[in-house]
Design a protein around this ligand. Structure first.
Ligand SMILES: Cc1ncc(COP(=O)(O)O)c(C=O)c1O
Length: 387
């Protein structure tokens, strides 16, 4: 059968992420070390796991309210206030989602009309573009540059704004570069946002993973709360990727619309997981601190090792990635990643997976043990000397 004719153009226009492609290939190379996947190597802290077990024992196997358990929304509200001085009402301004992934999708689908343009700093997380296309919008990549530490520049942003521009994605701390934006830099972006009447989706999933710098929430910048959809979640900070839990926080005028899209999409997030998330928010600060300290050690080790090997690499201050330039090798990022995997037995992600100006870079995730990183560094060094 010719299935193509049954499939929408929008679905055909999107592609499977090449990150998955490389991740799947790792299994074909015996003994390969994977620095591919942006997923904590820690198991979810035991007290959080036990809260879900207890929820099951207590019979919490039913649907929750569409927006999530009220108690969890209350905890999220407290957390956002405590950590980022953001005020969101638990009853009407927070929705618990199936990971930040679903939050991104429902936010974009609620905000975008066919033909609207979505400004996406590049390189960045792979989901923004396909979600935009599926919503009928037009993704517009706004380049960020290594000489600016991959921070979004207001003057560059303005060059890409047209009458059709409606939404700006603000993905900091950034995957894949590890870039973070300071309060001052965010204020400059806020001026552009206001001038051109944009709405912002701030994907702050890595907000807890910053090193030597405190995360500033975009919604905290003056006048930005009312035009920001804040996205965050549990995957990265609490090592809860498999639980699929995230959230959207936004002014009521937006959440009441997003909630409808969310309701008909998934009804609600898994209820027993939401009990685990309550425990994470109440008693998880220490776990975050311990994991953050460990990531920071690995970050320093990997950065120093890569620089010692001669890679140009800016210092990432957030998330758990380093993004060195491989330009000097004369290989494209895909060739480099392929060769390194087959010849050096280390899997990394080509920078081109995150947009075309990631072309001269590769992403290494340090969400893996120090032993793995040490071995990976040895292998990369041998690989380079054999190139
Ligand atoms: C920037 C960014 N946003 C969102 C997500 C999705 O997170 P979740 O597991 O909460 O769906 C990821 C996952 O890698 C990410 O890197």
């Amino acid at each position: 059968m010719d299935y193509q004719k049954y499939v929408t153009q929008r679905a055909r226009d999107i592609e499977i992420s090449t990150i998955r492609y490389f991740f799947n290939m790792v299994n074909e190379v015996e003994g390969a070390i994977s620095l591919c996947i942006g997923e904590p190597d820690f198991i979810t802290p035991t007290h959080i796991n036990l809260a879900a077990v207890q929820a099951l024992a207590n019979g919490h196997t039913f649907y929750s309210p569409n927006a999530g358990l009220y108690e969890l929304r209350q905890e999220i509200s407290n957390y956002l206030e405590r950590r980022y001085q953001l005020a969101y009402k638990p009853g009407s301004e927070i929705i618990v989602t199936i990971g930040a992934s679903q939050a991104i999708d429902v936010a974009i689908r609620t905000l975008i009309e066919p033909g609207d343009k979505v400004l996406i700093p590049q390189p960045s997380f792979v989901a923004y573009k396909p979600c935009t296309i599926l919503a009928g919008g037009k993704p517009v990549y706004v380049p960020t540059y290594p000489q600016d530490d991959f921070v979004l520049r207001p003057d560059v942003l303005e060059q890409y704004i047209t009458e059709k521009s409606k939404l700006l994605i603000l993905p900091y701390p950034n995957n894949p570069t590890g870039a973070v934006m300071t309060e001052e830099q965010l204020k400059e972006i806020a001026n552009v946002v206001k001038k051109h009447d944009l709405i912002v989706v701030a994907d702050e999933i890595y907000s807890e993973l910053t090193y030597g710098i405190q995360h500033t929430a975009f919604a905290k910048i003056p006048d930005m709360w009312e035009r920001t959809v804040t996205i965050n979640g549990f995957s990265k900070s609490y090592a809860m990727t498999g639980w699929r839990l995230g959230y959207v926080a936004a002014p009521e005028g937006l959440t009441e619309q997003i909630l409808k899209v969310h309701q008909y999409n998934v009804t609600c997030a898994a209820t027993m997981g939401q009990y685990a998330a309550i425990e994470a928010m109440k008693n998880g600060d220490r776990d975050i601190a311990v994991m953050r300290a460990e990531y920071d050690e690995r970050r320093k080790f990997l950065l120093e090792s890569l620089r010692d090997m001669g890679f140009d690499c800016f210092e990432p201050k957030g998330a758990f990635y380093v993004f060195p330039s491989i330009k000097k090798t004369g290989l494209s990022s895909e060739e480099f990643a392929q060769k390194l995997l087959w010849e050096g037995k280390v899997a990394v992600v080509p920078g081109s997976s995150f947009g075309e100006n990631g072309q001269d870079f590769v992403r290494l995730a340090y969400a893996t043990s120090m032993e793995n990183l040490q071995e990976a560094v040895k292998r990369i060094s041998t690989f380079l000397s054999n190139l």
